[in-house]
Design a protein. Sequence first.
Length: 279
Amino acid sequence: MGPLIRVDQLSDLMQRYSVVLLDARGGADARQRFEQFSLPNAVFVNLETELSAKRPNAAEGGRHPLPTAPSFAQQVATWGITPETRVVIYDDKGGANAAARGWWMFRAIGHQHVSVLDGGLAAVPADFELPPTAVGASGDCSSDFSNHWRLPTATMSEVEQAVADTNRLVIDVREGYRYRGESEPIDLVAGHIPGAINCSYTENLDPEGKFLPPHQLRAKYQELFKGRAPEQVIVHCGSGVTACHTLLALSVAGLDGAHLYVGSWSEWSRNDKPIATGS
């Protein structure tokens, strides 16, 4: 399985393998949206409680800090998922929100057979029928996964060092108006990390809301990296969720290895760090 799967590939996958469909959503009304419309037999995944371990103060890790890898592995086991299970994650935001975060977390505990549904729920035709999904394994499968995050993350101090190093690159994937500090609809302060460049996650998508072809994404990011290896790159957003959309795009492009700054702007902006505005 690659990082993405198309709707027309889903039925074939489900006929050949044990597949668990995960419907990942965030926001206070996530469960209500799931109940209004979701794919048959999909398992509801809550960004706020299952893909995050929120703390009382967002200055410590941001608005969506990661749970520990062992606790996420325990959660995965409750969904009946083993290392052999094929996992397909989707959301109602075109994969730009909780689905990409879930994909990154699965990969980070060592699960290889995981893909995001390209285009998300909106890409599924109203008359589309799926074969019955196989039932997941029973019992505690959490020991089959890594007890630490295997994909690279960056701390706030590492981001500080990276923006001062010309050999490194920090990418802010929020929309341009948020990066420039024109408006901030979620966090307390508008602006961006001085030295970070802006490349909105929306640039990963075509006009239909699906990911650009691998060769286009590769050319785009290689130009942006200017000779830097992916391992020299840190990606962030508002709270470490949408940044995973760009990490997914980099994986589609064959450019794995960039770091996720989980705390992102929500952590940085609450810690009396320097703030820049404009382009």
